[in-house]
Structures are given as C-alpha cells and as structure tokens.
Design a protein. Sequence first.
Length: 124
Amino acid sequence: MGLLWAGSHASTGYGLALYCFLFAIALIPVYSLLHEAEHGVLNSNEKWNYALGFYLSLLFLVPFSFFRKCHLNHHKHNRTDYEMWDCIMTPKKWLKYGYLYLVMMGMEWIILVVGTLLFCIRLQ
C-alpha cells in the first residue's frame, strides 16, 4: 500500500516508473503465495488456507473463489484444444509460439515488469 501511495505522489515520470517497477516486483511473491493457496497447500488448515488466499487475492482485485475456480479449470484443461484455441487458430502462429516460448523460459516475469513500466510511461 505504501508503494501505491508513493507512486500516486510521484513528481516525475522516472519516480513513477520506479514505483511501478517496485510494485510489480513486490507482487511476484504475493502471487506465488496466492497460487499455493489456490491449490490448498499454503496452510494445512483449510480455513486458514482459504482466509489467507482471500486476503492475498484482494491485492489483485479479484474474488479468491473466482480466481481459484479459473486456475484449477486451467489445470484441468491445460494443453487441450479447449485452452489452446488461441494458439491453434491464430493467423500468426510464429508470434503465439514465440510468446509461449518466452513464457516457458521464465521471461513472463520480465515481460510483466517491462509491460507495467511501459504502461505507466504511456499514462504520463
């Protein structure tokens, strides 16, 4: 919350970009914890696990039950035509395959940070 407040009071574009970068980096471990809660393994107590997932999902502005349902549905249909329709039916398959390759190589986190920075700069 402190980073959000500081970013809203940044006086320069560079300051805003710095706060956006720090906020994106700070949310990576939060999402990792939320992911564990989705799978029911963040805490061995089911009620505590749900409560922690509920509060962590507030930072992403999405209900935990919805987030959990979508994520578990993703695992159920992973690598099937149901989920891969955008990869199979896209006219520029090389672009989609390139994106999927970058995701599999772990570049998604860097793309997320760079994309957030570019978005913030664009809003300036």
